[in-house]
Design a protein around this ligand. Sequence first.
Ligand code: ZN
Length: 185
Amino acid sequence: MQAFFDDYVCLAGLATELVNTAPGVWHGEDQLPDTAALTAFLAEHGIDAEPATRDLEAVHDLRARLREVLDARDAEVIEHRASALVARGLGTVGLAPDAQGRQQWCARPRPDADLADRLALLSGLGVLGALRALGPERFRDCASDTCSGVFIDTTRPGRRRYCMPDLCGNRANVAAYRARRRANS
Ligand SMILES: [Zn+2]
């Protein structure tokens, strides 16, 4: 597994989606409750792994650290916290061919890095890449009043408003959620 520095859009997307699997962000439930859910989440992001229970616990802990990164609005604070995540998993930096065969800067994890360390490296690089290319104003709270998610807006126009556009940005979903909450109370 290696991470291309220029791939920050993809890596920042991984960081955003990992943070927003936390309990309380969407409908209250943890979206990574067990190793099967974590395996599926990783596969969606092109990461082939068979996590053990201790990996799941370590990823939950990383998710909380990463939330502190995405909650920051100051460039120096974001950089400081994201650099710590990168350092946690970083092995070597070098050049490698990308999918188009062009030589690109990439980072490789330490050989002994566990799954959470590797995810820390990937998401930390995504955060730093987005910060450098787009600035701290792209780190935002979800605009939905039923969601406490956060996100990094890597879109070209920079007008993204929701952490999970298909869910929080969908009025029908929000209405259904409110109706369910009324019915339960
Ligand atoms: Zn949201």
